[in-house]
Design a protein around this ligand. Structure first.
Ligand SMILES: Cc1cc2nc3c(=O)[nH]c(=O)nc-3n(C[C@H](O)[C@H](O)[C@H](O)COP(=O)(O)OP(=O)(O)OC[C@H]3O[C@@H](n4cnc5c(N)ncnc54)[C@H](O)[C@@H]3O)c2cc1C
Ligand code: SF4
Length: 311
């Protein structure tokens, strides 16, 4: 969705800002004027992006010159931008529903532990086993690393909540009243919401919060984006748990962070969140289960069970 929103902004003569990897694989917000820069922002990066004064200064400069600005970030980041620039007609804010981020230090320690050498690309959510299962995929000088959240140490730590920042456990930026014009989040329960088949390639939920958000979305009509109107309540109930909810603090989070400072990242994950032989066995048969449709069958059965339990 970022690509389409950013393209719309370029068509309006504006610029966009999003989170991209730097040459050193640090996640940082960048200013985008070209399709290539916009492409760098695609994909969720499960680490706090650096939002520097330089970015604020460049947004200020663009707004002063009446250049439309699209800023996409986590709710705490869009709140910071809104606080800095107020209700400016040229400023369009998009936030993501967010369950929390890990500290850049954890990300640094993971990369240093993995010793990939020269890296060409990183994806936290590769669709190796479909959209519903996050896979870390790193293309590096001598090969491709690809492991799902079950056995990749970083994703395992992230999804368990042990690597979440303290501020995320008491997030002040969640809720139905947003600082943003548009809110984006995953649409994992696409079939139930639309009645259509899910191709497992991924769908994005879009909440329009303001008139300005509506205007931006109308611009998207000129892009090749297919929309399905869904019931907002149902959409939020099935996919938007984290619109309001905070992840509880993991009881061992503090000690995890102090341990990764002086020990290898994967050994700390192994002692706090042991990856068992059964995990490796499940990972080994995942490819086949995915190809034969067993993985989709099991996911749907789990979702049906959740739905029945809720009612
Ligand atoms: C840390 C994090 C936690 C999330 N938690 C949830 C959740 O609990 N539930 C849910 O439904 N969705 C969550 N999302 C949002 C979801 O993963 C998608 O980013 C969102 O649905 C937009 O999808 P897309 O295909 O349009 O994004 P894409 O077109 O792939 O673009 C990704 C967008 O995300 C921005 N972005 C990527 N990483 C970061 C980052 N670290 N900091 C700030 N901005 C970033 C980019 O700038 C870009 O605009 C989370 C995203 C992140 C980054
Ligand atoms: S959970 Fe809240 S504080 Fe943490 S990154 Fe997300 S919006 Fe920011």
């Amino acid at each position: 969705m970022h690509l389409h929103l950013a393209n719309s902004m370029m068509a309006l003569g504006g610029v966009s800002y999003g989170a991209a990897f730097s040459d050193e694989w640090v996640v940082e917000h960048i200013e985008c004027h070209t399709a290539e820069e916009v492409m760098r922002c695609r994909g969720s990066k499960y680490v706090q992006s650096s939002l520097t004064n330089k970015v604020f200064a460049s947004i200020k400069k663009n707004l002063e010159q009446n250049i439309p600005v699209l800023f996409t970030g986590l709710p705490c980041q869009t709140a910071a931008v809104k606080t800095a620039f107020g209700d400016n007609a040229s400023l369009f804010l998009v936030d993501l529903v967010c369950h929390g981020v890990a500290s850049p230090m954890a990300w640094r320690q993971y990369l240093s532990d993995m010793q990939f050498g020269r890296i060409e690309s990183i994806r936290f959510r590769n669709k190796t086993y479909g959209y519903h299962m996050s896979t870390m995929r790193v293309v590096y000088e001598s090969g491709v690393y690809s492991k799902s959240g079950r056995i990749d140490p970083y994703l395992r730590a992230f999804f368990s909540g042990i690597a979440h920042r303290k501020s995320c456990n008491e997030c002040k930026f969640k809720g139905r009243r947003r600082y943003s014009d548009i809110t984006l989040f995953d649409c994992g329960r696409y079939c139930e919401l639309t009645g259509d088949n899910d191709d497992d390639l991924g769908h994005t939920s879009v909440l329009v919060n303001t008139k300005k958000g509506e205007k931006l979305l109308l611009e998207l009509g000129k892009e090749e984006v297919v929309f399905s109107a869904i019931d907002r309540g149902m959409g939020e109930q099935l996919n938007g748990k984290m619109i309001e909810g905070c992840t509880p603090k993991h009881p061992r989070s503090d000690s995890f962070y102090s341990q990764i400072l002086s020990n290898s990242f994967s050994s700390v994950v192994q002692s706090y969140l042991p990856i068992k032989l059964s995990d490796y066995c499940i990972e080994a048969v995942k490819g086949l289960a995915c190809k034969t449709g067993i993985l989709t069958f099991l996911r749907k059965a789990k979702e049906r069970k959740l739905l029945v339990t809720k009612h």
